[in-house]
Design a protein around this ligand. Structure first.
Ligand code: CP
Ligand code: NVA
Length: 302
């Protein structure tokens, strides 16, 4: 295992399988009420520059259920918000806690944190990637499909942070990735190159119907990510043809699973009938954040 998790590409296929196996085991034990004190007296600092429901709660519950503790830090409430440097913040926080999870606007902030931290730094979402989300997605896919190799994973919409991590997840696990996005909203070029170096197949096309054809997995995310609010009207206009709806679903395999990292905007990137319909796995996907992050914390903190 690497010492930090900033990108999904920090993990090997073996690391991923190992994390998913631990996560499945912890999930099954949780149902039986079996807890672990493995992270007793350990503290996770959770630094947030942006809003969160799932990431914040699942990390905090994960630490509690492993016998440890988590501290929520909104950047505005600490001296970071008044101009203390990211480097000094990392140097100081890592003297107190055993790991730092951070959700930031700029991916460079995570790199700066990790360079100056003596404890593991976990990417809780940046403008470039959302690796913890994709670990949860992979666990969900394995639960529903029982495999990765050869599956067709189609992303419809914005080539954003979640899409970038999905591209790497597909490359690492042998799924074929197709991204359908409007011009100007392509995924990060370096990530696509990295995925190809890893042996991944990545097709970036314009036609969402074509992308959905024969898909085993259809995934999307909001059209306006945190930080993109100024482009709201333009984005709503540009993404209108990229909605996951029943017509698009008809193109996919009959047992296609629909993923969305949530929060969802029903009527924008996905219709209510799809996200709340029989092919949707979104709430299992959200639950799995807890289990994979427990596994991750155990690996990074052990
Ligand atoms: N999917 C996800 O990261 O959700 P939050 O923004 O609520 O943490
Ligand atoms: N792409 C979205 C994901 C939210 C979990 C954002 O960055 O706002």
């Amino acid at each position: 295992m690497p010492s930090h998790l900033l990108s999904l590409a920090d993990l090997s296929y073996a690391d991923i399988i190992n994390l998913l196996d631990t996560a499945s085991d912890l999930k099954e034990k949780r149902v039986r009420g079996k807890t672990s004190g493995a992270l007793k007296s350990r503290t996770l600092a959770m630094l947030f520059e942006k809003s969160s429901t799932r990431t914040r709660i699942s990390f905090e519950v994960a630490m509690t259920e492993l016998g440890g503790h988590a501290i929520y830090l909104n950047y505005k409430d600490i001296q970071l918000g008044r101009g203390e440097s990211v480097a000094d913040t990392a140097r100081v926080i890592s003297r107190y806690v055993h790991a730092i999870m951070a959700r930031v606007y700029k991916h460079e902030t995570l790199i700066e944190l990790s360079k100056n931290s003596t404890v593991p730094v976990i990417n809780g979402l940046s403008d470039l990637e959302h690796p913890c989300q994709l670990l949860a997605d992979l666990l969900t896919i394995r639960e529903y499909k029982g495999k990765f190799k050869g599956l067709n994973f189609s992303w419809i919409g914005d080539g954003n942070n979640v899409c970038n991590s999905a591209i790497l997840a597909c490359a690492l696990t042998g799924m074929k990735m197709t991204v359908a996005c409007p011009e100007g909203y392509e995924p990060n070029r370096e990530i696509v190159e990295k995925a190809k170096e890893l042996g991944g197949i990545v097709n970036i096309i314009r036609d969402p119907m074509k992308a959905a054809r024969n898909a085993d997995i259809l995934s999307t995310d909001v059209w306006v990510s945190m930080g993109d609010e100024e482009e709201y009207d333009q984005r709503l206009h540009d993404f209108m043809p990229y909605q996951i709806n029943s017509k698009l679903l008809e193109q996919a395999k009959h047992d296609v699973m629909v993923l969305h990292c949530l929060p969802a905007h029903r009527g924008e990137e996905i219709t209510a009938e799809v996200v709340d319909g029989p092919n949707s796995a979104v709430f299992d996907q959200a639950e799995n954040r807890l289990h994979v992050q427990k596994a991750l914390l155990l690996k990074l903190l052990s």
